[in-house]
Design a binder for this molecule. Structure first.
Ligand code: NAP
Length: 251
């Protein structure tokens, strides 16, 4: 059954490919972007009835509120919200002695605070949906128990904060039947992930299990890994490569 899905950061990278895959699965997408891209506009030409584009910066609360108000004027519910938009502004991996803290608050705002802004304004529609699912795209970089890096403090700290936000939201919303996931998509090729050496794990090597989340249809399957539990698997083609972004949450 087609689902109403809100996604942020759909103009490139994982957000663009998730949008493409979910449209191909027959879902209805509301995509919030700061700017459009040729690829996204092309997708809208392919799916004019099922892809609606909204311009907003995810940290701009009045703009996000306005987008959700406009959606609610035409649609009565959302089934899934995917908080995908994020930044990694500290690419050079400096040691603590050379850290430039000017990128810290912007990173924290986009990666940890903005998902809460989106949920705050999407909740009335989400409450009326059948899916009742929030998927916060996090990263293993935010896992405290499994941390191995000695750098990239800003990105890692922001994703750890997002994981906490997801847990608090889950505590707050579970009695309403709303599920909140903090997901690790794996390392994949994108502007953020880079284009050399990223894993392109294929579904066959991961092993297919039963469909973990029927809301996303047949593109997603359940698999298990030590310490992480996969909730889904979606095949995405980034920059001409066919890779699988695997979504996990810490058990
Ligand atoms: N790549 C990896 O290997 C990897 C690994 C683990 C987790 N992740 C996570 O997966 C998600 C997608 O990553 P990606 O690799 O696809 O990143 P990406 O290629 O850098 O794309 C980031 C997306 O976020 C959007 N965005 C950033 N700041 C925004 C803002 N203030 N308002 C609205 N949109 C904003 C960007 O839009 P603009 O074009 O306007 O900047 C872009 O659409 C992120 O949450 C990332 O942390 C990625």
């Amino acid at each position: 059954m087609p689902q109403n899905i809100l996604i942020t950061g759909a103009n490139r990278g994982l957000g663009l490919e998730l949008t493409r895959v979910l449209l191909q699965l027959g879902h209805h997408l509301f995509a919030i972007n700061r700017r459009e891209s040729e690829a996204l506009l092309q997708l809208r030409n392919e799916f004019p009835d099922d892809l609606l584009l909204y311009a907003a910066d995810v940290i701009d609360e009045p703009a996000i509120e306005d987008v959700l108000r406009r959606i609610s004027e035409e649609f009565d519910h959302l089934d899934l919200v995917i908080n995908n938009a994020a930044v990694h502004l500290e690419q050079s991996k400096p040691p603590i002695e050379q850290v430039d803290f000017s990128v810290y608050l912007p990173t924290f705002s986009v990666n940890a605070v903005a998902p809460l802004i989106v949920i705050k304004h999407a909740l009335p529609l989400l409450r009326r949906g059948e899916g009742k699912l929030i998927a916060n795209v996090s990263s293993e970089a935010g896992g405290i128990g499994t941390a191995w890096r000695k750098w990239e403090y800003s990105y890692c700290m922001s994703k750890a904060a997002l994981n906490m936000a997801s847990q608090l939201l889950q505590n707050a919303l579970k009695e309403e039947g709303i599920k909140v996931l903090s997901l690790h998509p794996g390392w994949f090729s994108s502007d953020m992930g880079g284009y050399a050496g990223a894993h392109h794990t294929r579904a066959s090597s991961a092993g297919r299990g039963q469909t973990a989340d029927p809301i996303l249809g047949s593109g997603w399957s359940g698999i298990h890994r030590p310490a992480w539990r996969a909730v889904g698997l979606v095949t995405v083609g980034l920059r001409g490569t066919s890779c699988v972004a695997q979504f996990y949450w810490e058990e």
